[in-house]
Design a binder for this molecule. Sequence first.
Ligand SMILES: [Zn+2]
Length: 259
Amino acid sequence: MIELADSHCHIDFPDYESSHGELIGNARELGVRYLLNISVCLEDFPRVLAVAQSDPEVFATVGVHPNYDSVEEPTADRLVELAGSEKVVGIGETGLDYFRHHVEPADQLARFRAHIEAARRLDLPLIIHSRQAREDTVAMLREAADQGVAGVMHCFAEDWETARAALDAGFYISFSGIVTFKNAPELREVARKVPEDRMLVETDAPYLAPEPYRGKTNQPGYVRYTAERVAEERGETLEALAEATTENFLRLFRISRNG
Ligand SMILES: [Zn+2]
């Protein structure tokens, strides 16, 4: 039996008609054992945490997305305070998103630094979102690394040079459904090159459903299709890819296996 880990999903989002219990059940039927439900703003954090508390193998993060405006601005103190639950295994999602300027770049950088400081104080990994901000993101990863903080580049969609820089800074690379899209040959090349012990898979559900569900509402179980494609590209079996990425997930987020 395969045991996958979806390293990034948002099953508390209001996009779903089905309950998070049903989504978790569907995931288990598709061989997805562990889920990490990701925080995007502090206002919704109680909901994110409640989902994690509903199942022993679902976990949570705390953080504020770089491009969310009109939300509580996170300080390192506030993030540290909210991360008190043992179900919180990471800080984010944070990062930089220059695709839309809901939040100005200087404010995104300040917000990012608050997350790095919280991660350093708690000794937890960061979950990094990066869109059209390659150079600044790499600089920030190095800044984090200088403080002894690592984490994961979520929904990775950059080139190999950027992957190499993130790996050198101690970060893991997480592949989403984008890797299954017809127009992503460059990303598949990255998926072939990333070292086996530094790679994760994710859905980013409800967004970015992989083939054959592209365009539909994504759910954690579908990480199986992304894992299948990455395994195929690397000339590995799904079982081997699942084992490696799940081991990586448990190591990065310091989660011990139950039974
Ligand atoms: Zn996300």
